[in-house]
Design a protein around this ligand. Structure first.
Ligand code: SF4
Length: 215
């Protein structure tokens, strides 16, 4: 009979393999193509993902929801939006009746949508030239919360600005500044950003904020 620990590692390996299969493929050398996912999350994380990656630890099948939907036959095709010489590439989970649909896993019912998801959905509306979009959050116990949005130009201009910043920093091989948020605690680069040294030396505030000299 399989022991508890073996069983857990089988699940972890399965989630890791499926996660790899569903990951958005990013050519780390191609700085002319920026993926929407890279600019709605912390730019520093996206920079590390391209140039000094570390594997992310996936918690369970819930994390894979959006990727699975994109791969299904009714998932939408990726689309590109030109920003001067840069291509911004996005992919909606689905397009139904001229509306963009995103599906995200949640641990509990949400009162408002996550900021990253709103930015992603809004940018998809511009990339696919649609006016309406919906984010559906689904919890492990199958509760659904739905939010509708209409597209907003200012928010998309912020995405365009972030595309340019990431493009320039990748080209110049300069690490983006920290963007502290609730996502940091789950980020695989947490220690690079906040706890550079494991010894007892006291860190200066500048070092903790990643403003000191890079290693
Ligand atoms: S720990 Fe936070 S600031 Fe650092 S890369 Fe991750 S998300 Fe960005």
């Amino acid at each position: 009979m399989m022991g508890d620990r073996d069983f857990r590692s089988v699940i972890q390996n399965t989630v890791r393999s499926i996660g790899k299969e569903l990951e958005i493929e990013i050519d780390s050398e191609n700085t002319q193509k920026i993926h929407l996912q890279e600019v709605v999350q912390c730019l520093r994380r996206s920079y590390y993902d391209r140039l000094e990656p570390e594997e992310i630890e996936r918690k369970g099948f819930n994390d894979l929801l959006s990727g699975l939907l994109r791969k299904l036959q009714y998932g939408s095709e990726p689309k590109e939006f030109a920003i001067d010489e840069i291509q911004l590439k996005g992919q909606a989970d689905m397009i139904v009746d001229d509306s963009i649909l995103l599906f995200r896993a949640a641990t509990s019912e949400l009162e408002s949508p996550n900021a990253n998801d709103v930015l992603y959905l809004n940018a998809c509306m511009w990339i696919y030239d649609k006016d309406d979009g919906i984010i559906v959050y689904i919890t492990g116990d199958r509760q659904e919360t739905t939010f509708s949005l209409t597209r907003n130009k200012k928010m998309f201009e912020e995405i365009i600005r972030r595309v340019r910043v990431l493009h320039d920093l990748l080209k110049e091989k300069k690490v983006p500044i920290l963007e502290p948020s609730v996502d940091c605690s789950e980020c695989q680069y947490y220690e690079r950003c906040f706890m550079k040294k494991k010894n007892t030396k006291q860190l200066s505030l500048a070092e903790m904020l990643g403003m000191g000299k890079e290693d």
